[in-house]
Design a protein around this ligand. Structure first.
Ligand code: CTP
Length: 435
């Protein structure tokens, strides 16, 4: 049984949220509904109140007769602030349908109505189900807002394709069916048996993230497409599970997590120096950065001029293998995880080779030949290789994959975490995805 806080924003699809409430209640969940003022133009509060058996709120300054309690919960004996008390009691905040406007506000961190204020205050998982006209969905602004939310660990569902509300319109933008929405909610709120939940309390975790840039001259560099999303997801999830986390971040332009310490670097040499300084203090190293294997043998001071030459020859030299160097200096109580970006066939063999050659406890292999996962994408699909075997993690958001990797770390360190390590369809770690 989950306590579902359902935020309904403005759009024709708001009528489908009624069916979602009905299905959720029938499945034994408790539901409270918040509507944006625009949503009330489409479906009246009385319908949601009747189905959920609880008051429906819309205005931040409106008194909640239930004082933030869900059906079945005792109301507190004081009069709390509605948006804070509701999110405190909720296991999940679901925004369905999420209009383009509400998605933009969530991405921007606005708190101009009860729904957006609640979202900003929520520490539970946040599930967003967009529904809008196909042109609004495909607009670069909406796509950028969705990417921002996903990078923060928010689960944003893909809208379905088909006939849309306005006459003759067709394409992506339909709200998924209520049964599918409930399935997604249940996947995010299904509790793990406490004994199986990975616990990193007291562990010091060092993560590398992003891609190094090796200068050709003062303004040009040799680099790669790593965004740092996987490393940042690992860091946030490890912090949520109780670890003390330091990230050495090479050129990452993503939002930072207040629970994590960040050290910024640019080149492989700077990353090596920062790693060497921090490694002895770490219990776990998660080497997710894409470190350049080669760098210009010499870099030019100032900006190179085209001059008269038609060609410019840049000689590259090998960078130090940071991970191998750290592995050579490791203590037996440290756990080292490498990441292998492999292209196409033979990925797992190459990964196994790295596991042995670099002296690691685990290698996380992903296939960079695919454009829908891995480099600069919200999702990943990986195989975790250890001496004991391999675990395939089906395509999931990077925070979900991060939790599976951390589950494997817990197992390597003598804990047991078969659920998280082998079942990414059950992403609900004790903290759920960072919102
Ligand atoms: N790595 C590193 N220092 C480097 C290159 C890579 O520490 N100079 C780390 C990466 O962060 C990653 C792991 O080593 O965790 C595997 O990186 P990868 O480049 O895929 O492996 P290589 O052994 O360099 O093999 P190849 O490039 O030939 O596939």
């Amino acid at each position: 049984m989950a306590r579902i806080l359902l935020g309904v924003s403005g759009g024709i699809a708001a009528y489908k949220a009624l069916e979602l409430v009905r299905l959720a209640i029938a499945a034994g969940h408790a539901v409270r509904v918040i509507q944006t003022p625009a949503a009330q133009r489409f479906v009246g509060a009385a319908s949601f109140a009747a189905l959920s058996g609880a008051p429906v709120l819309s205005d931040e300054f409106e008194r909640d007769p239930a004082r933030g309690a869900f059906p079945g919960q005792p109301a507190p004996d004081h009069d709390p602030l509605s948006h804070l008390e509701l999110v405190r009691n909720a296991d999940i905040l679901v925004v369905a349908p999420a209009s383009a406007n509400t998605i933009a506000k969530l991405a921007g961190g606005l708190a101009d109505n009860l729904l957006t204020s609640a979202a900003l205050a929520a520490s539970s998982p946040l599930l967003v189900a967009p529904a809008m006209n196909n042109h609004m969905w495909e607009h670069p602004a909406t796509q950028a807002n969705v990417a921002t939310l996903r990078a923060r660990g928010v689960v944003v569902l893909e809208p379905c394709s088909g006939r849309l509300a306005s006459k003759g319109e067709q394409g992506p933008g339909r709200l998924p069916e209520p049964a599918a929405l409930l399935e997604a909610i249940e996947a995010l709120t299904r509790p793990l048996a406490p004994a199986l939940a990975p616990d990193l309390v007291g562990l010091r975790v060092l993560v590398t993230a992003g891609g190094t840039r090796e200068p050709i001259d003062a303004v040009r560099f040799v680099g790669n497409r790593s965004s740092g999303r996987m490393g940042f997801a690992l860091a946030s999830e490890a912090a949520a599970l109780g670890a003390a986390v330091t990230v050495i971040a090479a050129n990452v332009a993503l939002p930072r997590d207040a629970r994590v310490t960040y050290v910024g670097v640019e080149t492989a040499a700077e990353m090596q120096a920062a790693c060497s300084a921090a490694f002895a203090e770490a219990d776990v190293l998660l080497m997710a950065a894409a470190v350049a294997d080669f760098r210009p043998a010499r870099s030019f001071a100032g900006k190179l001029k085209k001059a008269a030459e038609e060609r410019l020859r840049v000689e590259l030299e090998r960078t130090p293998d940071i991970l191998s160097g750290l592995a050579a200096a490791r203590r037996p109580d440290q756990t080292l995880v490498g990441f292998a970006a492999e292209h196409g066939e033979g990925a797992l063999e190459h990964g196994r080779d790295k596991l042995a050659r670099k002296g690691l406890d685990a290698v996380v292999v992903n296939d960079v030949a695919r454009t829908d996962i891995g480099f600069d994408a919200a999702d990943n699909e990986v195989t975790i290789l250890t001496a004991a075997g391999e675990t395939h993690i089906a395509r999931a958001s990077k925070p979900e994959v991060a939790r599976a990797v951390l589950g494997a770390v817990v197992m390597l360190r003598g804990g047991s975490d078969p659920v998280v390590a082998s079942d990414p369809s059950n992403p609900a770690g004790p903290a759920g995805p960072a919102a």
